[in-house]
Design a binder for this molecule. Structure first.
Ligand code: RB5
Length: 170
């Protein structure tokens, strides 16, 4: 398993600890930095991890920033990336079971280290369920002008709420 890691100055501490945990398990790590607390811009690190996973250079990615949010937004700009910012184990399971998340986003400022270890374990141990979830994850990369026009038309017609809201979480 090859894992791409990236973090800004508010996340590099956890990023380095995660790298060590995963290396001890025999995973191959591609570390895009950053490596100290000199302020840097989180988008660059989210893009780098996203590109590594989308291109197949890495199987999975983990990104860390202060909140998990900015670096997740950046990673999700890369076509092919399904990056999930997560804070607790069940949402991490769902991110894998339902969304086939290929990048995990973590917060160094808001999440304790013990929880981080649990979230990382769940991320690697939980399979994607496929089935009815597969065509939904595929739709994530179909958003272009044609899809946008369809969505706007559906919204105008009041069709989206009834047609697309899941009746049941599972
Ligand atoms: C850096 O101060 C902080 O804004 C960044 O790490 C992240 O939380 C942004 O979303």
């Amino acid at each position: 398993m090859k894992v791409a890691l990236g973090a800004d100055h508010a996340g590099f501490g956890y990023k380095d600890r995660i790298a060590q945990v995963l290396r001890d398990r025999g995973y191959e790590i591609i570390d895009f930095g950053t490596h100290d607390d000199t302020p840097v811009d989180y988008p660059q690190y989210g893009y780098a991890v996203g590109e590594a996973v989308a291109s197949g250079q890495a199987d999975r990615g983990i990104v860390v920033c202060g909140s998990s949010l900015g670096i997740a937004m950046a990673a999700n700009k890369v076509p092919g990336i399904r990056c999930a910012p997560v804070f607790e184990p069940y949402m991490t399971e769902l991110a894998r079971h339902h969304n086939d998340a290929n990048v995990l986003a973590l917060s160094e400022r808001l999440t304790g280290w013990e929880m981080i270890e649990r979230l990382v374990n769940v991320f690697f141990e939980t399979p994607f369920d496929g089935g009815r979830h597969a065509h939904r994850t595929e739709q994530l990369f179909e958003f272009g002008d044609a899809q946008r026009a369809r969505t706007l038309k559906d919204l105008e017609a009041g069709a989206v709420t009834d047609a697309l809201t899941p009746k049941d979480l599972l």
